[in-house]
Ligand binder design. Structure first.
Ligand code: ACO
Length: 413
């Protein structure tokens, strides 16, 4: 049978499936804006609460409106009592992202503050509740795993300052709090990135906000998306010092390189968030008196950007690269880097869900079927086994021959 010529977009690159009024990206000039406001202005002037207002209501708030939303968020920071039982019983080996995904999902069963039924109203209510509670989950999980008691949120602190307070038990210095606030603003939304898309797919089935957020959390975790900042820091730690950058870089380039914190599906110039984060990482490092990781990152970046491999492919620094030395300088453990991304992106995810459901159409693309067709049915008795039958076969780690996993799967195409 003749195979029709079909243009398959494996990564949906360039596919426009909806319109949005939330964020606009110009990947050729390196410009990002939320609801029409340039990211540089937002980073310099907006708080995270103001940014969340902008995304949820698609306009800037008046002072009294911002106060109202900030109060609403602050009043929602505490976790329901029953959820603490789950927090305490998470297994020791749980990663922060697994904990966040699990507890965020659990919240849906206990969050009864939002049951009023106005159309859309209860979804926004849940968006506020989750945006307020995710930082409490992450900070408390981190303390519990270090055998420290969780710290109650403080209603007199802003979103970022309260998070640092709940992690460390001390009110953060204003520079650290501001740096984290700016990071949260910068990462609040970003067009149709993978996790936002996945959240919108779930929302398009008229699924609830919790289900959409859990979908997005799962998508964020991978190293090609939100996991890249953790990988970027691991790269820096592996190199160890600026003097070892050259040898490490040459070694990477000798194979097929994949350097985390570089490259982007949309930006073919520097990611504008990276420009701001570079400066921020430099300032925070200089202020702490330890510029080792910033210097190392800057040296590696210099090598990467000067190399023809990256130049020919138009690969530049992305948002995750300078996130790494910035969060490290703020004493955030590296396995919290992905959850930190989630704490920022939750307002964008939920704004997209609200937008999706306002003009909903079930998102349901198609795949080109490339397998065999019209096969004649074989009765079981006539089928030849491809591995030797083992009546007591069960999966034993390290002994794949005893396991159905030994069956060959079709090759990747
Ligand atoms: N290091 C080395 N090579 C790279 C990198 C990189 N970081 N990024 C892209 N390339 C190469 C690819 O191997 C490919 O080379 P080839 O043409 O010789 O096969 C070429 O550049 C084109 O890359 P694609 O994979 O087609 O680009 P795509 O748009 O799919 O990739 C992605 C975007 C996944 C982000 C990629 O750049 C990457 O893996 N970067 C590292 C991970 C990372 O930092 N992710 C965070 C992105 S930002 C965010 O999600 C928050």
């Amino acid at each position: 049978m003749e195979t029709p010529t079909i243009d398959i977009k494996r990564g949906l690159e360039g596919v426009i499936f909806t319109e949005t009024r939330l964020s606009a990206i110009d990947g050729e000039v390196g410009k990002l804006s939320y609801c029409g406001y340039d990211i540089t202005d937002l980073a310099a002037k907006a708080s995270y609460e103001e940014t969340a207002f902008l995304l949820w209501y698609q306009r800037l708030p008046a002072g009294s409106e911002l106060e109202m939303l900030s109060d609403w968020l602050r009043a929602n920071r505490r976790l329901p009592k029953v959820v603490w039982g789950i927090m305490h019983s998470l297994p020791e080996q749980a990663t922060p992202m697994e904990a966040l995904r699990t507890v965020a999902s659990t919240l849906s069963m206990f969050d009864r503050a939002c049951v009023h039924q106005e159309e859309g109203g209860s979804s926004l209510c849940r968006a506020v509740s989750l945006t307020a509670k995710l930082p409490t989950i992450v900070a408390s999980f981190d303390r519990l795993r270090r055998d420290r008691p969780p710290i109650e949120p403080r209603a007199d602190l802003g979103h970022a300052a309260n998070f640092l307070y709940m992690m460390n038990g001390e009110e953060p210095d204003p520079v650290s709090a501001q740096a984290l606030e700016t990071y949260f603003v910068l990462l609040a939304d970003h067009g149709m990135n993978a996790s936002t898309f996945s959240a919108r797919v779930t929302a398009s089935t008229l699924g609830d906000v919790y289900s959409s957020v859990v979908t997005a959390l799962g998508t964020l975790k991978g190293p090609l998306h939100g996991g890249a900042s953790q990988r970027a820091m691991e790269q820096l730690l592996e190199i160890g010092s600026a003097k070892d950058v050259d040898a490490w870089f040459e070694q990477q380039m000798a194979g097929k390189p994949r350097l985390y914190g570089f490259g982007h599906r949309v930006y073919k110039v520097e990611d504008p968030r990276a420009t701001i984060l570079r400066q921020l990482a430099r300032d925070v490092a200089a202020r702490s008196g330890n510029t080792q990781w910033y210097d190392l990152a800057a040296r590696l970046e210099e090598r990467v950007l000067a190399h023809p491999y990256f130049q020919e492919r138009r690969i530049y620094t992305n948002v995750d690269y300078y996130t790494a030395p910035l969060l490290y300088a703020l004493d955030i453990p590296i396995d919290l880097f992905i959850p930190m991304f989630a704490l920022a992106r939750i307002s964008g995810w939920t704004a997209h869900m609200l937008e999706q459901q306002r003009h909903n159409r079930l998102i349901r693309p198609r795949a080109y079927y490339a397998g065999p067709r019209d096969l004649a049915w074989n009765e079981m008795i006539g089928r030849e086994p491809m591995v030797e039958a083992q009546p007591d076969a069960h999966c034993v780690a390290g002994r794949p021959a005893n396991c159905p996993a030994a069956l060959e799967v079709p090759p990747r195409f």
